[in-house]
Design a protein around this ligand. Structure first.
Ligand SMILES: *Cc1c(COP(=O)(O)O)cnc(C)c1O
Length: 340
């Protein structure tokens, strides 16, 4: 089976397993796990922030960030297809008692400065006030588009001019940086906090990082505890994360493979394929007469897994555990499945 459901399906290699076994550990809730401390310092460096916090999942990282930036009852401005509002069980309402105001970020999933200014709400006797703007890069639901740093800057500056902090859901921000051939810290330069996943294309088995100013991370650490994410000898899982930080440049292989898959699939009768910018390939199945679910069932029978994104849209994601040959093989199997 060629598993292209997500870049989260990678399994740790021998080096990561060795690192886990040999990790120096301590109680991280007391701040005494040297491996976690090193990971937090190096992750902060990568994104050009003062400090960082190791969290079990990207979802927890985003939700801790939202909670840390806001006060109960405020509004959060967020793109309507963004992960934080679409795929996190309404966590902003459930965990932080916030109201969400969504913006349409268009094809690239990022609001313009004008939109930010228009949707900003000033606090008064009747209105709750805007407490946070969230952005996403790469934008998952838009097909892994790598948003240019300048667009992130523009939206973020508009918010910050209004006194509104900005959180970047950068689950795949390293993919965005590689696609634009800039250091990761360039993409995160003008936001107040960023979450990124070690457990996706970077290949770690577990974990995400939440970075920001020292004061932000200090408060985020309390909220991580509140949300049940204070871990003890977490160096065992953080050690592979240190190796994952070395894999940023490797992501370009996934991007090449995504392009190869898209090119091959574009040649299949009835499939329409969005040009991939990173490691995500969106395929529209409408002209084949199949729904995405029917299409994916046929793919599975042919030995390829993907995920359903919309009635007629399926997603394939390239990652460390599939190479060029696997991708060529997958494209052939998918072609046979559709044309059968
Ligand atoms: C995967 C993902 C997350 C959440 O990460 P988990 O570790 O699965 O909780 C958040 N945002 C985006 C854009 C993602 O792709």
């Amino acid at each position: 089976m060629i598993d292209l459901r997500s870049d989260t399906v990678t399994t740790p290699d021998e080096a990561m397993r060795d690192a886990a076994r040999d990790a120096d550990v301590g109680d991280d809730v007391y701040g005494e796990d040297p491996t976690v401390n090193e990971l937090e310092a190096r992750a902060a460096d990568l994104v050009g922030m003062e400090d960082a916090l190791y969290v079990p999942t990207g979802t927890m990282g985003n939700q801790v960030a939202v909670r840390t930036h806001t006060e109960r009852g405020q509004e959060v401005l967020t793109e309507r297809e963004s992960h934080v509002v679409k795929w996190e069980l309404g966590g902003m309402a459930q965990l932080s008692t916030l109201q969400v105001r969504t913006l349409d970020g268009g094809e690239r999933g990022v609001p313009t400065p004008e939109q930010v200014r228009e949707e900003y709400v000033e606090e008064d006797l009747h209105r709750p006030g805007t407490g946070l703007l969230t952005l996403e890069n790469t934008h998952n639901s838009k097909g892994g588009v790598a948003v240019a740093p300048e667009r992130i800057d523009a939206a973020a500056e508009a918010a910050r001019d209004l006194g509104v902090p900005v959180h970047l859901d950068g689950a795949r921000v390293c993919n965005a940086a590689v696609a634009h051939e800039v250091p990761v810290e360039r993409v995160t330069e003008n936001v107040d906090s960023v979450m990124f996943c070690l457990s996706k294309g970077l290949g770690a088995p577990v974990g995400s990082m939440l970075a920001g100013s020292e004061a932000f991370v200090e408060r985020a650490r309390r909220n991580r505890k509140l949300f049940g994410g204070g871990m003890r000898q977490a160096g065992i899982v953080a050690a592979p994360g240190l190796l994952a930080l070395e894999n940023v440049e490797r992501l370009s292989e996934d991007h090449d493979n995504a392009r190869l898959l898209a090119e091959r699939l574009a040649g299949v009768e009835g499939l329409s394929v969005q040009d991939p910018e990173t490691n995500i390939v969106l395929v529209n199945t409408e002209a084949t007469g199949l729904t995405a679910d029917e299409f994916l069932d046929a793919c599975e029978d042919a030995g390829v897994l993907g995920t359903q994104f919309d009635t007629h849209v399926a997603r394939f994601c390239t990652h460390w555990d599939v190479d060029r040959d696997d991708i060529a093989d997958a494209a052939e199997r998918i072609g046979d499945a559709v044309e059968a």
